[in-house]
Write a protein that binds this ligand. Sequence first.
Ligand code: ZN
Length: 234
Amino acid sequence: MRAFRLRPLKELTDIIFPRHCVCCGQMLLGDERHLCTSCLMHLPYTCNAAVAGNDTEQHFQAYHDMVAAMSLLYFSHHEDTRRIVHRIKYGGDRRLAVAMGRLMGETLVHSRRFADIDVLIPVPLHRRREQQRGYNQSEMLCRGIALQTGRPVSTGNLVRTVNTASQTHMNIDERAANVHGVFTVRQPAKLAGLHILLVDDVITTGSTTSACCDALYEAGNVTVSVASLALAAT
Ligand SMILES: [Zn+2]
């Protein structure tokens, strides 16, 4: 009865305030959110969560204790992923970030390799950068993953102590130097014995995520897995 009464109201608000697909710009219909059904179906999914030694994990071969890594989408040369990431990072669309996190969470739930994750930790922004943006996009991804997995999100323990320069135009060595030692764990005891899922928006060379892994492993008795919204070719 409730759904019956709400639907006409929703259709009316869709006419007055039309919503549009983030990727193709078409008007969204019915229960569609952020992306139309066609764009959602045709995103460049990596489908790599269940695959040991996958292309995301190739970036983290130095970490012998790493349990698993995955990415939801390929980034390179794909306009739709670029639009989604741009909107999440620079367009202030935190709801889209949570929605994409839910998709990541669905994928994680279906892969047994991530079944014993204890806690979700976003790659942190520097405090000043987060204030400018209004939120940390990786934290919003975590919020979406948490809705699907039921795992808690930890913020404020792994922190970025240096406000580093943008890495967009840096090569792999410059990126590694740029983030070396900029992350630290404030309360290592709170993470002891936990399997952490470290969550990032885009993995390009893996240098930022690796610097976070360094800080987490230095903190002590932890195991780490990695999940990113997108994976870019280097
Ligand atoms: Zn679309």
